[in-house]
Design a protein around this ligand. Sequence first.
Ligand code: B12
Length: 135
Amino acid sequence: MMTPALLSAALLLLLLPGAPAQDSNQTPISIHVINSVTNTPNMTYSTYVVFRGILLGAMRRLRDSGPGFTFKYIEDSNYGPFLTSVNGLAGCPTMRTYWELLVKKAGGRVFRPDVGIGCYIPMADEEIILNFNKY
Ligand code: B12
């Protein structure tokens, strides 16, 4: 049973602006949109995945929450979702451009996952980098 003092402290915490809207089922990540082909400014967004959730889930949540992040993908019959476009910029086979998926670990190491957005499971505080690049 909560005392009235404890109850009002709990209520106050809930109402405080900026109080983290996070629970133990949410893993915070950031998504950086960068362009290694042209000089488009970088964009950074914050979102989260649920416990063991896939990157695509976090991308959908970010798109639906309205900070201006948009993306498209096509379904590959063997490997699942292939990211084709981010924030209105699409990869192009004739220009040999595509959206590369990179991940920066908390320690700063950057690696290139060997799976796509439908299989990659981000860990806490990872920076996901969507890099418009050439192949
Ligand atoms: C060439 C290639 C690419 C090219 C494809 C474009 C092109 N026109 O050539 C580019 C450079 C764009 C590419 C990108 C990526 N790729 Co790739 N790619 C290959 C490779 C070497 C050959 C595919 C091929 O041409 N097959 C022959 C054709 C005739 O068959 P196809 O079915 O039409 O091939 C298509 C699909 O393979 C698709 N594709 C290619 N890569 C990927 C990755 C994902 C996740 C999906 C859904 C589809 C897909 O594009 C091909 C051409 O249209 C394979 C490895 C292999 N030896 O098979 C890896 C491979 C398919 N890629 C892989 C990966 C991980 C990626 C990336 C996620 C890497 C990254 N971290 O950025 C990105 C995709 C990011 C995104 N935008 O979603 C993995 C997929 C494993 C998995 N289970 O998810 C593979 C198996 C390599 C590996 N690491 O083992 N890739």
